[in-house]
Ligand binder design. Structure first.
Ligand code: NAP
Length: 283
Protein backbone atom coordinates (compact mmCIF):
# COMPACT_ATOMS: atom_id res chain seq x y z
CA UNK A 1 0.00 0.00 0.00
CA UNK A 2 1.29 3.44 -0.93
CA UNK A 3 0.60 5.95 1.83
CA UNK A 4 -0.51 8.98 -0.13
CA UNK A 5 0.53 11.94 2.02
CA UNK A 6 -0.54 14.38 -0.68
CA UNK A 7 -4.13 13.06 -0.63
CA UNK A 8 -4.25 13.01 3.19
CA UNK A 9 -2.94 16.57 3.34
CA UNK A 10 -5.56 17.74 0.79
CA UNK A 11 -8.30 16.17 2.89
CA UNK A 12 -6.99 17.67 6.12
CA UNK A 13 -6.65 21.14 4.58
CA UNK A 14 -10.25 21.03 3.33
CA UNK A 15 -11.51 20.03 6.80
CA UNK A 16 -9.36 22.73 8.39
CA UNK A 17 -10.71 25.38 6.01
CA UNK A 18 -14.27 24.54 7.09
CA UNK A 19 -13.34 24.53 10.77
CA UNK A 20 -11.67 27.94 10.47
CA UNK A 21 -14.74 29.35 8.68
CA UNK A 22 -17.06 27.95 11.34
CA UNK A 23 -14.91 29.28 14.18
CA UNK A 24 -15.23 32.90 13.14
CA UNK A 25 -11.53 33.29 13.94
CA UNK A 26 -8.93 34.75 11.61
CA UNK A 27 -5.67 33.03 12.57
CA UNK A 28 -2.46 34.68 11.42
CA UNK A 29 0.97 33.17 10.84
CA UNK A 30 4.21 35.15 10.59
CA UNK A 31 7.20 33.63 8.85
CA UNK A 32 10.75 34.87 9.41
CA UNK A 33 13.39 34.14 6.80
CA UNK A 34 17.00 35.29 6.79
CA UNK A 35 18.98 35.40 3.56
CA UNK A 36 18.36 34.25 0.03
CA UNK A 37 18.52 30.43 0.15
CA UNK A 38 16.25 29.35 -2.74
CA UNK A 39 15.10 26.16 -0.96
CA UNK A 40 14.09 28.07 2.17
CA UNK A 41 12.35 30.73 0.09
CA UNK A 42 10.39 28.04 -1.75
CA UNK A 43 9.27 26.40 1.52
CA UNK A 44 8.16 29.76 2.92
CA UNK A 45 6.19 30.53 -0.26
CA UNK A 46 4.49 27.11 -0.02
CA UNK A 47 3.53 27.84 3.59
CA UNK A 48 2.05 31.23 2.65
CA UNK A 49 0.08 29.60 -0.18
CA UNK A 50 -1.31 26.97 2.20
CA UNK A 51 -2.34 29.76 4.60
CA UNK A 52 -4.24 31.52 1.85
CA UNK A 53 -6.00 28.32 0.90
CA UNK A 54 -7.39 27.59 4.37
CA UNK A 55 -8.19 31.14 5.48
CA UNK A 56 -5.14 31.90 7.61
CA UNK A 57 -3.63 35.36 7.21
CA UNK A 58 0.13 35.43 6.76
CA UNK A 59 2.90 37.96 6.86
CA UNK A 60 6.50 37.40 5.86
CA UNK A 61 9.46 39.04 7.58
CA UNK A 62 12.46 38.92 5.25
CA UNK A 63 15.86 39.80 6.68
CA UNK A 64 19.10 40.15 4.70
CA UNK A 65 21.85 37.49 4.69
CA UNK A 66 24.14 39.44 7.09
CA UNK A 67 21.51 39.88 9.82
CA UNK A 68 22.81 39.42 13.40
CA UNK A 69 21.33 37.25 16.15
CA UNK A 70 20.26 40.43 17.97
CA UNK A 71 18.35 41.66 14.93
CA UNK A 72 16.53 38.32 14.50
CA UNK A 73 15.70 38.33 18.23
CA UNK A 74 14.27 41.84 17.87
CA UNK A 75 12.10 40.73 14.91
CA UNK A 76 10.85 37.71 16.87
CA UNK A 77 10.22 39.94 19.92
CA UNK A 78 8.01 42.25 17.85
CA UNK A 79 5.98 39.29 16.58
CA UNK A 80 5.70 37.87 20.12
CA UNK A 81 4.07 41.07 21.32
CA UNK A 82 1.89 41.61 18.23
CA UNK A 83 -1.65 40.61 19.27
CA UNK A 84 -2.61 40.06 15.61
CA UNK A 85 -0.08 37.23 15.20
CA UNK A 86 -0.97 33.74 16.48
CA UNK A 87 1.87 31.67 15.07
CA UNK A 88 5.55 32.37 14.38
CA UNK A 89 7.68 30.22 12.11
CA UNK A 90 11.40 30.91 11.81
CA UNK A 91 12.59 29.17 8.65
CA UNK A 92 15.62 26.98 9.35
CA UNK A 93 18.50 26.66 8.75
CA UNK A 94 19.54 30.18 9.68
CA UNK A 95 22.85 31.58 8.35
CA UNK A 96 25.90 30.43 10.33
CA UNK A 97 26.45 33.74 12.19
CA UNK A 98 23.06 33.45 13.90
CA UNK A 99 22.63 31.59 17.19
CA UNK A 100 19.73 29.33 16.19
CA UNK A 101 19.15 28.01 19.72
CA UNK A 102 18.69 31.54 21.09
CA UNK A 103 16.26 32.36 18.30
CA UNK A 104 14.19 29.20 18.87
CA UNK A 105 14.17 29.89 22.63
CA UNK A 106 12.94 33.45 21.98
CA UNK A 107 9.70 32.46 20.25
CA UNK A 108 6.78 32.73 22.67
CA UNK A 109 5.76 29.10 23.46
CA UNK A 110 2.10 29.93 22.75
CA UNK A 111 3.04 31.06 19.21
CA UNK A 112 5.60 28.31 18.60
CA UNK A 113 3.65 26.49 15.88
CA UNK A 114 6.82 24.65 14.79
CA UNK A 115 6.99 23.06 18.26
CA UNK A 116 10.76 23.50 18.61
CA UNK A 117 10.77 25.63 21.79
CA UNK A 118 12.10 23.68 24.82
CA UNK A 119 8.75 24.27 26.58
CA UNK A 120 6.85 22.54 23.78
CA UNK A 121 9.43 19.77 23.42
CA UNK A 122 9.23 19.25 27.19
CA UNK A 123 5.43 19.07 27.11
CA UNK A 124 5.72 16.52 24.30
CA UNK A 125 8.21 14.43 26.27
CA UNK A 126 5.97 14.66 29.34
CA UNK A 127 3.18 13.12 27.29
CA UNK A 128 1.05 16.28 27.23
CA UNK A 129 1.96 18.16 24.03
CA UNK A 130 0.55 21.52 22.96
CA UNK A 131 2.41 22.02 19.69
CA UNK A 132 4.33 18.99 18.40
CA UNK A 133 6.82 19.51 15.54
CA UNK A 134 4.98 19.40 12.22
CA UNK A 135 6.83 16.62 10.38
CA UNK A 136 6.48 13.89 13.04
CA UNK A 137 2.96 15.04 13.92
CA UNK A 138 2.08 14.82 10.21
CA UNK A 139 3.44 11.25 10.17
CA UNK A 140 1.14 10.34 13.08
CA UNK A 141 -1.75 11.76 11.04
CA UNK A 142 -0.87 9.58 8.02
CA UNK A 143 -0.75 6.47 10.26
CA UNK A 144 -4.07 7.44 11.80
CA UNK A 145 -5.74 8.09 8.42
CA UNK A 146 -4.63 4.68 7.12
CA UNK A 147 -5.57 3.03 10.43
CA UNK A 148 -2.09 1.61 10.97
CA UNK A 149 -1.93 0.54 14.62
CA UNK A 150 0.75 2.25 16.68
CA UNK A 151 -0.15 1.01 20.15
CA UNK A 152 1.98 -2.02 20.93
CA UNK A 153 3.91 -1.74 17.63
CA UNK A 154 7.69 -1.78 17.52
CA UNK A 155 8.62 1.63 16.11
CA UNK A 156 12.18 2.26 14.98
CA UNK A 157 13.24 5.83 14.20
CA UNK A 158 16.51 6.41 12.36
CA UNK A 159 17.73 9.94 13.13
CA UNK A 160 17.64 11.93 16.38
CA UNK A 161 17.27 15.57 15.31
CA UNK A 162 15.14 18.02 17.28
CA UNK A 163 12.83 18.61 14.32
CA UNK A 164 12.18 14.97 13.34
CA UNK A 165 13.81 12.01 15.11
CA UNK A 166 13.44 12.94 18.79
CA UNK A 167 9.86 14.28 18.63
CA UNK A 168 8.90 11.32 16.41
CA UNK A 169 10.12 8.93 19.09
CA UNK A 170 8.21 10.87 21.79
CA UNK A 171 4.99 10.81 19.74
CA UNK A 172 5.34 7.06 19.22
CA UNK A 173 5.96 6.53 22.93
CA UNK A 174 2.93 8.68 23.80
CA UNK A 175 0.91 6.47 21.44
CA UNK A 176 2.08 3.34 23.31
CA UNK A 177 4.58 2.02 20.77
CA UNK A 178 7.81 0.34 21.86
CA UNK A 179 10.43 2.74 20.54
CA UNK A 180 14.03 2.42 19.37
CA UNK A 181 16.05 5.41 18.18
CA UNK A 182 19.03 4.85 15.88
CA UNK A 183 21.73 7.34 14.88
CA UNK A 184 25.20 7.48 13.39
CA UNK A 185 26.78 5.64 16.33
CA UNK A 186 24.27 2.77 16.32
CA UNK A 187 26.02 -0.56 15.77
CA UNK A 188 24.55 -3.04 13.26
CA UNK A 189 21.67 -0.77 12.45
CA UNK A 190 19.95 -3.38 10.28
CA UNK A 191 19.47 -5.57 13.39
CA UNK A 192 17.34 -2.73 14.78
CA UNK A 193 15.48 -1.76 11.61
CA UNK A 194 14.58 -5.39 10.81
CA UNK A 195 12.59 -5.52 14.06
CA UNK A 196 10.42 -2.57 13.13
CA UNK A 197 6.69 -2.83 12.57
CA UNK A 198 6.91 0.88 11.76
CA UNK A 199 10.23 2.20 10.43
CA UNK A 200 10.84 5.94 10.07
CA UNK A 201 13.94 7.11 8.28
CA UNK A 202 15.05 10.72 8.86
CA UNK A 203 18.72 10.59 7.90
CA UNK A 204 19.16 12.58 4.69
CA UNK A 205 21.04 9.94 2.68
CA UNK A 206 20.10 8.52 -0.68
CA UNK A 207 19.13 4.80 -0.65
CA UNK A 208 20.04 4.52 3.04
CA UNK A 209 17.25 2.02 3.78
CA UNK A 210 17.71 -1.09 1.63
CA UNK A 211 15.22 -3.96 1.27
CA UNK A 212 17.17 -6.33 3.52
CA UNK A 213 16.86 -3.80 6.39
CA UNK A 214 13.07 -4.03 6.38
CA UNK A 215 10.81 -6.66 7.94
CA UNK A 216 8.24 -8.16 5.57
CA UNK A 217 4.95 -6.32 5.97
CA UNK A 218 6.42 -3.34 7.85
CA UNK A 219 5.19 0.23 7.45
CA UNK A 220 8.01 2.39 6.09
CA UNK A 221 7.93 6.17 6.45
CA UNK A 222 10.49 8.10 4.44
CA UNK A 223 11.29 11.60 5.71
CA UNK A 224 14.50 12.12 3.73
CA UNK A 225 14.94 14.76 1.06
CA UNK A 226 17.84 13.91 -1.23
CA UNK A 227 18.73 14.66 -4.83
CA UNK A 228 20.49 12.25 -7.20
CA UNK A 229 23.16 13.16 -9.78
CA UNK A 230 20.40 14.14 -12.25
CA UNK A 231 18.82 16.48 -9.68
CA UNK A 232 15.84 14.17 -9.15
CA UNK A 233 14.23 14.14 -5.70
CA UNK A 234 14.36 10.94 -3.59
CA UNK A 235 13.90 9.99 0.04
CA UNK A 236 16.21 7.86 2.21
CA UNK A 237 14.54 4.64 1.17
CA UNK A 238 15.34 2.50 -1.86
CA UNK A 239 11.68 2.82 -2.83
CA UNK A 240 11.49 0.28 -5.66
CA UNK A 241 13.28 -2.42 -3.68
CA UNK A 242 11.65 -1.77 -0.31
CA UNK A 243 8.08 -1.54 -1.63
CA UNK A 244 8.30 -5.24 -2.54
CA UNK A 245 8.77 -6.10 1.15
CA UNK A 246 6.91 -3.38 3.00
CA UNK A 247 3.24 -3.59 3.86
CA UNK A 248 2.87 0.16 3.46
CA UNK A 249 5.28 2.88 2.33
CA UNK A 250 5.34 6.65 1.80
CA UNK A 251 6.67 7.88 -1.54
CA UNK A 252 8.99 10.85 -2.03
CA UNK A 253 7.70 13.23 -3.23
CA UNK A 254 4.06 13.07 -2.16
CA UNK A 255 4.49 11.39 1.23
CA UNK A 256 5.65 13.14 4.38
CA UNK A 257 6.40 16.56 2.82
CA UNK A 258 2.80 17.72 2.18
CA UNK A 259 1.78 16.57 5.67
CA UNK A 260 4.37 18.86 7.26
CA UNK A 261 2.71 21.94 5.79
CA UNK A 262 -0.83 20.72 6.54
CA UNK A 263 0.19 20.19 10.18
CA UNK A 264 1.68 23.67 10.36
CA UNK A 265 -1.71 25.03 9.32
CA UNK A 266 -3.44 22.90 11.97
CA UNK A 267 -1.00 24.10 14.63
CA UNK A 268 -1.61 27.73 13.65
CA UNK A 269 -5.37 27.31 13.99
CA UNK A 270 -4.79 25.63 17.35
CA UNK A 271 -2.68 28.62 18.48
CA UNK A 272 -5.50 30.97 17.48
CA UNK A 273 -8.10 28.86 19.31
CA UNK A 274 -5.97 28.65 22.45
CA UNK A 275 -5.49 32.39 22.44
CA UNK A 276 -9.21 32.95 21.96
CA UNK A 277 -9.79 30.63 24.92
CA UNK A 278 -7.45 32.59 27.14
CA UNK A 279 -9.11 35.84 26.09
CA UNK A 280 -12.48 34.33 26.83
CA UNK A 281 -13.80 35.47 23.44
CA UNK A 282 -14.61 32.24 21.58
CA UNK A 283 -14.84 28.48 22.28
P1 NAP B 1 19.71 15.99 10.64
O1 NAP B 1 19.52 17.01 11.71
O2 NAP B 1 20.87 16.10 9.71
O3 NAP B 1 19.75 14.55 11.34
C1 NAP B 1 20.10 13.41 10.65
C2 NAP B 1 20.14 12.25 11.61
O4 NAP B 1 20.56 11.10 10.88
C3 NAP B 1 21.13 12.44 12.75
O5 NAP B 1 20.53 12.08 13.97
C4 NAP B 1 22.28 11.50 12.40
O6 NAP B 1 22.90 10.88 13.52
C5 NAP B 1 21.57 10.42 11.61
N1 NAP B 1 22.50 9.74 10.72
C6 NAP B 1 23.35 10.29 9.83
N2 NAP B 1 24.08 9.32 9.22
C7 NAP B 1 23.67 8.16 9.76
C8 NAP B 1 24.07 6.80 9.58
N3 NAP B 1 25.01 6.46 8.71
N4 NAP B 1 23.44 5.85 10.30
C9 NAP B 1 22.48 6.17 11.19
N5 NAP B 1 22.08 7.44 11.40
C10 NAP B 1 22.68 8.42 10.71
O7 NAP B 1 18.46 15.91 9.70
P2 NAP B 1 16.88 16.15 9.95
O8 NAP B 1 16.61 17.59 10.10
O9 NAP B 1 16.36 15.19 10.97
O10 NAP B 1 16.35 15.67 8.53
C11 NAP B 1 16.58 14.38 8.03
C12 NAP B 1 16.15 14.32 6.59
O11 NAP B 1 14.76 14.61 6.52
C13 NAP B 1 16.82 15.34 5.67
O12 NAP B 1 16.94 14.79 4.39
C14 NAP B 1 15.81 16.49 5.65
O13 NAP B 1 15.91 17.27 4.47
C15 NAP B 1 14.52 15.73 5.67
N6 NAP B 1 13.38 16.47 6.24
C16 NAP B 1 12.21 16.38 5.56
C17 NAP B 1 11.10 17.02 6.05
C18 NAP B 1 9.82 16.92 5.31
O14 NAP B 1 8.88 17.64 5.59
N7 NAP B 1 9.71 16.02 4.35
C19 NAP B 1 11.17 17.77 7.24
C20 NAP B 1 12.38 17.79 7.93
C21 NAP B 1 13.49 17.14 7.42
P3 NAP B 1 23.77 11.73 14.60
O15 NAP B 1 22.77 12.42 15.46
O16 NAP B 1 24.52 10.66 15.32
O17 NAP B 1 24.64 12.66 13.82
Amino acid sequence: MILDGKAVSEKRLEILKERIEESGLYPRLATVIVGEDPGSKLYVRMKHRACERVGIGSIGVELPEGTTTKEVLEAVGRLNSDPDINGILVQLPLPAQIDTTRVIDAVAPGKDVDGFHPYNLGRLLAGDPVFAPCTPQGIMTILEEYRIPVSGARAVVVGRSIDVGRPMAALFLNADATVTICHSKTKNIEDETRNADILVSAVGRLRFIRPEMVKTGATVIDVGINYDEQGKLHGDVDFEGVRERAGAITPVPGGVGPMTIATLMENTFKAARLEACYNGTVL
